[in-house]
Write a protein that binds this ligand. Structure first.
Ligand code: ZN
Length: 516
């Protein structure tokens, strides 16, 4: 960023710009983002990506709006950008159709100086072992070897050598929860713009270090140590002269693929700085491995519920972790809701009040719309996708709210059963914001217990918590990785092979991108 300001000031005072060409750089935008579990029976179809095409893609980026200075720094060619909620594997048909549109659109405006590749990095597609590697190979084969591709990722993504090679610039978030998501995407884009404007081309060095660690996000939040201190070292490496960017990927544990493990990457033009920075981060990551632990007290569900019922703190938040849709759970496991509905305390007239967020139940939603607020409904909910732990649940109660128009849920209703307010949705939806509750007439701050299909709490819920326990409930994103039937991840890996020897944490130099 600093460099571009200097160049801009040269231009303003009438000296010649360092930009070798006076024409604006031509930059394309593309990318599909999802994290998808191979341990879930769910499948993800194309519609789940809510793909935008052409000009509509700009709406996703506050740093690319019509009046933002970045918009004038290049001639833009947005193609297709999609972002789905985490889920099961993407069907081959969905992937092929979305990639088909992307590649066709890319062909229309060749050549490009740059391409902003905005992905998550943990997409699994039926029949592909490295979906993002395949995606960037296909893009590279259209745009050619000269185009500078700047890849922006989630820190829970995976960086195969293939993806590392075809990405000329690459970075990821530095915070979990991802409060810096937009900031990271902006950095990826501005690094690209800066290098193009300055005629610097691709960074000369790309250091890649695989770190054989695979942990759930619930143990690696950057809110607390050791994640906090580890990620605090990233900007110290990245901000050095001669270094373009630095990043630590935690990887994604709920897909069984060889590329899933921790990775360090540093890019830049000064070889020694790039190497030292990457090796320092890799050693720090490895040294911290035994200190990673769940970010909140973690208990079996019955113990967690007993603690919540005995507590005077409001709201007592229980994470229903095993079916967390934001990690790739189906989001429709009924196991936890069944336990709650069967619990006698919640049918007492003066019992504790509880909000359950949430369970999909399209049949019940239909009834609620037909009957209206204040009326009784009775229909099966949940377990349409993941019925491995409990069957669909017959839910009977009074409708207290109906809300239409949510992007994910489409229609939501609240059904009151005893002291429990059950949020039922037409399609699955994660409940992360206070407005998700208040839109439904619910007041989570003043409710005794709030149960959410989530792992670590997102900021708005974290800030209102009276207390919080993460419950080890069953589902497609089981937090006990030792219970998962891995066959393809590289072994040994921590913590599955805890007694392993110190791995090689030296730099692997990644060659420049080339036509695949
Ligand atoms: Zn993430």
């Amino acid at each position: 960023m600093k460099k571009s300001i200097i160049i801009l000031s040269f231009c303003l005072i009438g000296l010649s710009c360092q930009n070798p060409s006076t024409a604006l750089p031509r930059i394309a935008i593309a990318g599909l983002a999802i994290e998808s579990s191979t341990f879930s029976p769910a499948r993800t179809e194309a519609a789940a990506f809510h793909a935008s095409q052409g000009e509509a893609v700009f709406d996703r980026y506050p740093f690319l709006t019509a009046d933002h200075p970045n918009r004038k720094r290049a001639k833009w060619f947005p193609t297709l950008k999609g972002h789905a909620l985490p889920g099961g594997q993407v069907t081959r048909q969905a992937y092929d159709s979305l990639m088909g549109i992307t590649l066709e659109m890319l062909k229309q405006n060749l050549p490009y100086d740059g391409l902003f590749f905005d992905i998550h990095g943990a997409m699994t597609v039926e029949g592909l072992a490295d979906a993002e590697g395949d995606m960037i190979n296909k893009i590279r084969s259209i745009v050619g070897p000269q185009t500078i591709i700047s890849t922006s990722m989630d820190l829970h993504g995976n960086v195969s050598q293939q993806l590392a090679q075809q990405s000329d610039l690459i970075t990821c978030y530095r915070m979990a929860p991802h409060e810096d998501a937009l900031e990271s995407k902006q950095r990826a884009l501005e690094n690209l713009l800066d290098r193009l404007e300055q005629g610097l081309g691709k960074p000369q060095y790309k250091a890649w270090i695989p770190v054989p660690i695979l942990l759930p996000g619930e143990q690696t939040s950057t809110r607390i140590e050791p994640g906090k201190g580890l990620y605090a070292q990233v900007p110290l490496v990245a901000n050095q002269e001669g270094v373009t960017d630095a990043a630590i990927w935690m990887g994604y544990p709920w897909a069984d693929e060889a590329r899933n493990h921790g990775v360090i990457m540093v890019t830049g033009d000064q070889k020694d700085k790039v190497q030292q920075g990457a090796e320092k981060l890799a050693q720090a990551f490895w040294a911290a491995r035994n200190a990673f632990d769940f970010v909140a007290p973690t208990k079996e569900f019955q113990a967690a519920l007993a603690q919540a019922l005995a507590s005077k703190k409001k709201p007592f938040i229980l994470s229903d972790m095993g079916d967390n849709p934001t990690a790739g759970g189906a989001g429709d496991v009924t196991w936890t809701l069944r336990e709650l509905l069967n619990h006698p305390d919640f049918s007492e007239p003066n019992g504790k009040k509880l909000i359950y967020a949430s369970i999909p139940g399209p049949q019940l939603i239909e009834q609620a719309i037909e009957q209206g607020i204040g009326q009784r409904v009775r229909a099966e909910v949940g377990a349409a996708v993941d019925n491995r732990y409990a069957p669909p649940l017959m839910l009977e109660g009074t409708v207290t709210a109906i809300h239409k128009g949510d992007k994910d849920a489409v229609v939501e209703a609240v059904v009151q059963v005893g002291q429990i307010s059950v949020i039922v949705t037409q399609k699955r939806k994660p409940y992360h914001h206070l407005s998700d509750f208040t839109n439904l007439g619910l007041d989570p701050k003043n409710t005794d217990i709030v149960v959410v299909k989530i792992g670590y709490l997102v900021p708005e819920l974290y800030d209102i918590r009276g207390d919080w326990v993460m419950a080890l409930t069953p589902g497609g994103v089981d937090q006990d990785l030792k219970r998962l039937p891995y066959k393809h991840i590289q072994r040994p890996i921590f913590p599955l092979d805890a007694a392993m020897e110190t791995p090689d944490l030296g730099v692997r130099w990644i060659p420049q991108s080339e036509k695949p």
